[in-house]
Ligand binder design. Structure first.
Ligand SMILES: C[S@@+](CC[C@H](N)C(=O)[O-])C[C@H]1O[C@@H](n2cnc3c(N)ncnc32)[C@H](O)[C@@H]1O
Length: 297
């Protein structure tokens, strides 16, 4: 069976930035702390031992060599990304109307989770190449969350990974769909889910239903979802609109997606341990709705 925890281990070879993390911890925490460092960084004591050996031979030389390698890697990745961005019409950091506000709303909800002790667990998220929400969380809520960063487009994934360790700690990248991560998650696995899809409800509703029914975020945790409000005649939203028309005995246009989307989340909450904390309409390249669900029990 699919196990995302196995899939996210990309390679046994440590990157220069992982090695530098070890060196910095050895310097601050002392050389006797291999076990703690191993637990914190998720790498083996044998690998730490090898780094110690090289570091002890020439402390400054080893460190500056790692820094040079990190800078070279970054320059290389920047080049690759520019080429990819040219070749693909992939996600770009569009500054839409109230998009910043939408991000801040998600962050505020995550801040409230601290009342439930949620400040150092795992957040499943779609940071894309911006890591914009995660940066706000890092600066305003906690630096100790660990991000399970999902991305299903390879070109964006490479860009996303180049900023993997800027915010949070022990972050893991996952090349694939957030739906795989959610449907394979255990109860209470995540502190929060930031499903900033900016996508069509029909394409991800099943995983959100799964997340709520199976309580994959902890009590006080949130599931933030951004979805396109734009007109479409998808089967699911059309069904919701037909229901609204039947209930209200009025004619409801099949493209009234705002009501349909809100109805979906309210209905989902009525059968699960979640409540709708916020609904917020904003604009990216096109109209969107942000819905924040919060687990209450
Ligand atoms: C709207 S962007 C995220 C923006 C970012 N959170 C921000 O605040 O700037 C969504 C990103 O997730 C990716 N994506 C969308 N749906 C996905 C899914 N179901 N699984 C994995 N990646 C997805 C897209 O390719 C895109 O890079």
């Amino acid at each position: 069976m699919f196990n995302h925890k196995q899939t996210i281990i990309m390679s046994n070879v440590l990157s220069p930035s992982q090695k530098l993390d070890v060196v910095e911890l050895l310097e601050t925490a002392g050389v006797e702390c291999s076990k703690t460092i191993s637990n914190n960084l998720g790498i083996t004591t044998k690998q730490i031992g090898a780094i110690k050996t090289w570091y002890n031979k020439d402390k400054n030389g080893y460190k500056s060599n790692l820094i040079n390698l990190i800078n070279a890697e970054k320059r290389n990745i920047d080049k690759i990304n520019k080429l990819y961005a040219k070749a693909n019409n992939d996600f770009k950091n569009v500054v839409g109307k109230y998009k910043k506000e939408a991000r801040q709303i998600m962050v505020n909800s995550i801040l409230k989770g601290k009342e439930h002790g949620l400040n150092r667990g795992v957040i499943a998220t779609l940071p894309s190449n911006t890591w914009a929400i995660e940066e706000l969380i890092h600066n305003q809520v906690s630096k100790s969350f660990s991000y399970l960063a999902c991305e299903n487009k390879k070109s964006v994934f490479i860009d996303m990974v180049s900023n993997l360790n800027k915010f949070g700690r022990n972050n893991k990248p996952f090349l694939g769909s957030l739906s795989e991560v959610i449907t394979n998650a255990k109860e209470n696995e995540f502190d929060h889910i930031i499903a900033d899809y900016c996508g069509v409800l029909d394409t991800f509703k099943d995983e959100i239903i799964h997340a709520c029914l199976n309580k994959v975020v902890k009590v006080g945790g949130t599931i933030s979802v951004t979805t396109l409000k734009a007109r479409n005649d998808n089967e699911f939203t059309s069904k919701l609109n037909t229901l609204k028309a039947d209930l209200s005995n009025t004619e409801v246009r099949l493209n009234d997606n705002e009501s349909a989307i809100k109805m979906f989340f309210k209905s989902l909450c009525s059968i699960t341990n979640f409540e709708v904390e916020t609904e917020f309409c904003y604009k990216d390249t096109t109209p969107m709705i942000l819905v924040v669900l919060k687990r209450t029990k």
